[in-house]
Design a protein around this ligand. Structure first.
Ligand code: 13P
Length: 254
């Protein structure tokens, strides 16, 4: 059985004003949903305290990145222990923007996953192919390699703290979404890679990300291997984020 998750990755956007308006709105509207969705807000790290103090028990909070080290002289970095200390249940790892702009390799992703597991913070490990890789017919292979290498050190009960987010790079912030059947095919492929790795694949939530909006979320979430979404732009608009949460089919778990 898998958790159904809608996570809003604010990226480097937002303000204290947005935290107040959006978190307040989601908190007031969420109890009216009966579909068992877990809403996660992932703001810039400076706002995590503001979000946690407004979020209440129903909304989970995440951090967009953590260091690959425990602690020490790493100016500007935030550790997995700090994420846990400040109330984060989730952390993103290996977002394509971090891979492209901050040289985050699969080896670095694996180190960050290890840090998070040592603190009991759930790692949402992001994978996805570029347009060139998709056009070359390499999408499944590229994503499988990211999964195998990024999660290569995970074992046993640690899998309970892993979520995988499939975000095709060409769909992020472009308004181009993978069709729900293409997204489903990739999710099925990821699940079979996880199973080959010895993971309890049927128990691991797989999220889709890349131009998820209020009007395409329901079709994506209806697919059997898509357990939720990782939302960028639309997560900055309270009513859109709530509509996406609402688009999750009913039932406590999948
Ligand atoms: P958009 O929803 O803006 O395409 O962003 C997706 C994303 O990168 C979430 O992590």
């Amino acid at each position: 059985m898998r958790r159904k998750i809608v996570a809003g990755n604010w990226k480097m956007n937002g303000s204290r004003g947005l935290v107040e308006n959006l978190v307040g709105y989601v908190r007031s509207e969420l109890p009216s949903l009966d579909n068992g969705v877990e809403a996660v807000i992932i703001p810039p790290a400076l706002y995590i305290g503001d979000v946690t103090s407004l979020a209440g028990a129903q909304i989970a909070v995440g951090v967009q990145n953590v260091a690959r080290w425990d602690s020490g002289a790493y100016t500007g970095e935030v550790s997995a222990a700090m994420a846990r200390d400040c109330g984060c249940r989730y952390a993103l790892v290996g977002h394509s923007e971090r891979r492209q702009l901050f040289a985050e390799t699969d080896a670095v992703v694996a180190e960050k996953v290890t840090q998070l597991l040592s603190q009991g913070v759930v790692a949402i490990v992001c994978v996805g192919e570029t347009l060139a890789e998709r056009e070359a017919g390499q999408a499944e292979e590229v994503v499988a390699t990211q999964v195998r290498k990024g999660l290569g050190n995970v074992s046993g009960s640690e899998w309970q703290k892993i979520v995988v987010a499939y975000e095709p790079v060409w769909a992020i912030g472009t308004g181009k979404t993978a069709t729900s059947s293409d997204a489903q095919a990739m999710h099925q492929s990821i699940r079979s890679v996880l199973s080959d790795m010895g993971a309890p694949a049927e128990a691991i939530s797989l999220l889709y990300g890349g131009s998820v909006k209020a009007d395409n979320a329901a079709a994506l979430f209806a697919e059997p291997d898509i357990d939720g979404g990782l939302i960028g732009g639309a997560s900055l608009v309270a009513t859109d984020f709530m509509s996406i949460c609402q688009a999750m089919p009913a039932g406590p778990e999948r």
